[in-house]
Design a protein around this ligand. Structure first.
Ligand code: SAM
Length: 325
């Protein structure tokens, strides 16, 4: 097992398979952004397989593929199949914006993806367009429908509530999720890059207070997924489950169980700190499996105690899509 210097077991690796995205969410990738990683620096499928295998040998059991937009990576379902067949990969999930889901949901389900998170900040077409820079709502809704049809269960919808943009959509999103049996997960904006730093955040504890009363929410204690979300179930409606990710208003660093691999093979120890280790040079120098495992163990020692999003809100220049959200 990987255990860091603060006694936390690290059993979750989030992997960015591309830093490109077809959307430009206004709190994430700035319009006109050009600092994407060049293709020759992207880890190949074989290199990704080596890293995932090494983590699996070190006891990591949960893996999430993300980006950028992971479904834009060429032959993505082939990569998924390759990773899902690795011994020890018990849980392989994806975070996507859903624009390419209609074409790929079936292949991804058959390749071994067991959970899907789909990001959607509103079900008002003009609001989605304003936030993402693209008139993509119909595409995403169609992708969600097909994902359900091919067999994905308990799909989670990630929504970032932003004052002045989509706060009034929370209620619509709840009704939409109830209707389709999706789990709604609200996420606080993290000050990552200029975009994240310039976006107004809302303290989700206030939203929770309102929703607790209205829907008679009760905390769910058994884990759903393996991430930082806390969940509630409505006592009034079995179809309403709510998740909250509150890195600012109630951080969860003491139970952090994850590290992130960016598309160029850099392991980031924390979204809100700069501690990292580059694995690409080792991989390209044909390191042995033991050397790779050793580097990962050394990297875990660099994991900081907590982020400092509140104390140092301008510290992180990387946008979320560059690290892998
Ligand atoms: N393209 C995929 C998607 O949209 O789900 C995966 C990558 S995206 C960076 C992953 C998640 O990060 C999305 O739910 C997005 O809303 C969220 N995100 C991006 N920037 C953020 C920020 N500064 N704070 C909080 N969440 C952010």
């Amino acid at each position: 097992m990987l255990v860091d210097d603060f006694g936390r077991t690290i059993d979750y690796l989030r992997i960015s398979v591309t830093d490109r995205c077809d959307l430009r969410c206004n709190y994430c990738i700035p319009k006109g952004y050009h600092d994407f990683e060049s293709h020759e620096n992207w880890l190949t499928f074989d290199e990704l397989t080596r890293v995932v295998s090494a983590f699996a040998r070190l006891g990591t059991r949960h893996f999430r593929l993300t980006g950028g937009e992971p479904l834009l990576r060429k032959n993505f379902p082939i990569l998924v199949k390759q990773l899902s067949q690795i011994d020890g990969v018990d849980d392989l999930s994806i975070t996507t914006n859903g624009t390419q889901l209609a074409n790929q949901a079936d292949a991804l389900y058959r390749a071994g993806v067991n959970r899907l998170n789909v990001s959607l900040d509103s079900i008002r077409r003009e609001c989605v367009e304003k936030i993402t820079g693209s008139d993509c709502l119909d595409q995403v809704l169609n992708g969600l429908k097909i994902a359900k049809d091919v067999g994905f269960k308990r799909i989670r919808i990630n929504m970032v509530p932003i004052p002045g943009q989509n706060l009034q959509d929370i209620e619509h999103m709840i009704q939409f999720c109830i209707q389709h049996d999706f789990i709604l997960c609200l996420i606080e904006v993290m000050p990552m890059g200029n975009t994240g730093q310039q976006t107004k955040n809302i303290d989700l504890q206030f939203i929770l207070k309102d929703l607790e009363k209205k829907y008679a929410l009760l905390p769910i204690h058994e884990p759903i997924g393996n991430g930082p979300a806390r969940y509630w179930q409505s006592a009034k409606n079995v179809h309403f489950k709510l998740g909250l990710i509150t890195p600012l208003s109630r951080h969860f660093c003491e139970t952090c169980n994850r590290v992130r691999l960016s598309v160029d093979g850099t392991l980031y120890m924390c979204l809100g700190q700069n501690n990292k280790m580059a694995l690409q040079p080792l991989l390209r120098a044909n390191c042995s499996d033991a050397e790779l495992e050793n580097a990962i163990c050394q990297a875990i020692k660099l994991k900081p105690k907590s982020h400092e999003f509140i104390e140092k809100p301008c510290q992180i220049n990387r946008i979320m899509a560059a690290t892998g959200g």
